[in-house]
Design a protein around this ligand. Sequence first.
Ligand SMILES: [Zn+2]
Length: 622
Amino acid sequence: MIFTACEQDLLIPNVTEQLTHDEPMTPRLVQGNTPHVCATYRPSGHDENHSAKMKIKDIYDNYANNVNFRNNAQVYTVPVIFHVFWKEDEGITYGDIQASQIDRAIEILNADFNQTNDQSFIPQNFLNIAGDSQIKFVLAEKDPNGVCLSEAGISRVESDNVFDGSEAIPCENSYGNEMKREFHWPRDKYLNMYLVNYISLDDDGDCEADSDLPSDSSSGYASFPTDESPSLDGIVMNYHSLGDTGEAVDNNNPSAISHEVGHWLNLDHTWGQGAFGTCGNDGIDDTPQTSGNDNDDFPNSCSNYTNNTCGSDDNVHNFMDYACESMFTNGQVAVMRSVLTSSLSDRNNLWSASNLSAVMDCTGGSCATPSTSEITHTEYSTLIYVYALSYNGINHQFRYRVNGGSWVNLPATNSYYSTITNKQANSTYEIQLQLCGNNWSDTVTIGNGGGSCATPSTSEITHTEYSTLIYVYALSYNGINHQFRYRVNGGSWVNLPATNSYYSTITNKQANSTYEVQLQLCDNNWSDTVTIGNSGCSTPSPSTSEITHTEYSTLIYVYALSYNGINHQFRYRINGGSWVNLPATNSHYSTINNKQNCATYEIQLKVKCSEWSGTETITTSC
Ligand SMILES: [Zn+2]
């Protein structure tokens, strides 16, 4: 068995004797309707009664009970490297898939994990428990040595046997394992994705391929974070099952990648660890029992598709089933986020700032000379902000000189702006930017005013009215110093504090009054007036049908799915006691902590400035 690689010197593993195929086989062209059959399994000994599973249950419980943690809006960013195995045979190249197929797969993965995929056909009872993981996947930009990759997220490897003999069944001495041992990048820095032409199934468990037929092939398999071999961490996928473009144009399940990443973040199949077709559960509270579903169950459409294999509705739309893969539940989200914050398999290092800095930051070539178009600025009375918006999160440095004097270096930064203080009036500032070393850009010259103090258009001013206050927004000037002022019923102008935030707050709102609002960027260039008001609240109170909930052991999530992104607030009372207001929010859910059992909860909702809704009453379990 010989591995070759295009750009690296790699050791040739001495494993030929252990492998079942010594001779290269004819490349298999798996075409059309690639089945979604996943070959992920938990190693024996990791079932519900054993330590690894318990470890997961513990961190899940800790996590689910830690409301602050759960409500934390932190997005976890995970760098991914795709190892693309390819070969050329009689002038035909196999497996050297285009970067666009990988780009599309990452796009699908991110949509799936952040609920921007199509969920329109999910029935309401499951949509109510669908979760947004806020986990983002990015193509790594640097290799483990810190060298920028020529293609983001891709390491291409030319290899005869790995490609066409890829019985990647995860047995100890399988090609798949040898491939991973040889080519893995550190699991604490990357999610390793291995793309191969064929993954054989091994239903009888003898570590030999069942057959070479596409019908006996798998779309992929993943390691769990409870698996303990660092070199075997990651996901192996048949590239015909990756996304929906390029070599995967006929893929019935473009979200197969999301399914495998779910395993990699410790999700089991929805039917648990038993065989497909046998009732089971995955150990997560809000996913119902099922024996599993696949495309054969509903050949025509996922719309209105339901199935009941184990006494209750199946979550056939779950990514961890094989059917209409389009959602994770809140419980699954909690498991995945908990894994990313645990040290299991070093998952908590992946999204750390130090790791992202180590494997990302090659935009435009790490030391390329920036174009002057990357430099923008805003001028204030005593300072100038200089912006490098494209390099937010990427180390860079500005320098400037005044009236042709000496260059002054500003501190290097990862922020999108730097500050020139002690601005001299009526002077000419020359500004340059570099990414590293001594590759200063051409000069941008600033002076004597300019665009930074332009009078804003009234279209820049938007607002939201609440019962006692008005938020005024200058969305275009988020991060840019600006100021609002207002007057009520033609009275005196009141200046709000200058701010870099995208909103300012008018407090003590007077009912039935007319508010005039103006905006400026710097001294005395107030915009034209935007007039607000003459009304009380025009938002009707919501229907109680907008209030849904999920009950957990120590808390209740209350959902206002229709008002995701819209300011709203819940209140509740227990057994007829005093009303307790939950914080107003734009999120689709709020959390009632310290749940009392056997209690009657009355729940009300209001939206923006509306009155409280009617009461939704629930009785908690005993
Ligand atoms: Zn699976």
